[in-house]
Design a protein around this ligand. Sequence first.
Ligand SMILES: Nc1ncnc2c1ncn2[C@@H]1O[C@H](COP(=O)(O)OP(=O)(O)O)[C@@H](O)[C@H]1O
Ligand SMILES: [Mg+2]
Length: 262
Amino acid sequence: MNAPLKSILEFKNVTMSFGGLKAVSDLSFAVGEKELVALIGPNGAGKTTVFNVMTGIYRPQSGNINFRNKSVLGLKAHQISGLGLGRTFQNIRLFKNLTVMQNVLIGAQPHFKYGFWEPLVLSSRFLETEANAKKYALELLGHFDLKQKQDELASSLPYGEQRKLEMVRSLIGMPRLICLDEPAAGMNHKETEDLMNLILKIKKDFDQAVFLIEHDMKLVMGISERIVVLDHGCCIEEGSPEKVRGSKAVIEAYLGADGGSL
Ligand SMILES: Nc1ncnc2c1ncn2[C@@H]1O[C@H](COP(=O)(O)OP(=O)(O)O)[C@@H](O)[C@H]1O
Ligand SMILES: [Mg+2]
């Protein structure tokens, strides 16, 4: 396997079954520090399940997952997020009736270091933490052209901006790795192109690793440093965009699945 020099995320022989179905099967791969890796594969290949097992939503039956050299198995989702693993969801999960700013601040909660009682008595540590979080939230919203919309309801934003808001919410925790599940889904050509630049900007400005699930091949081929290809829960190819584009196994997996092409 073409493993990066220093890994931030490592899957070692991970298997996750639902009943008789192996959604992820004996899967091993790694994402390097500050690397931009895409995970692709036909519908049902197991991509979202990969995200779900590494973020603590499901516990795999076997294998190990290390994040920053620490096993995340058995940890709760908020603990894994607290270690610096941020994610967005395939189906947007915003609090639609809260404002843009409130949605971002919710993402900061797992990272606050005050005691559970401090918000009740408005302790100075609580107030200072809140003020700092709000300041950073405004900075991030500025990066994403959402600052002017901080007081609008999340539900009032157009679709592309809701996706961007989800990214801001995961960035407020200052993750070391950000995982995006089909960020371009439902976006038009122009929005997808803007998103491509935004992902590159996130990687550069925040100096972090990005792990991306995506169907839009132009986006994947355009920005990925390395690509991992899944089919039926197994890694069938791994390497540079050029290598994956020319891979017989990959072309067969896509053609066999839905007649699509790379
Ligand atoms: N919670 C679950 N319960 C049962 N089956 C699931 C569950 N989550 C995923 N699966 C199944 O696992 C397989 C992989 O799903 P998924 O990881 O969502 O694929 P992808 O994201 O690549 O489209 C699919 O067959 C899906 O139906
Ligand atoms: Mg999926």
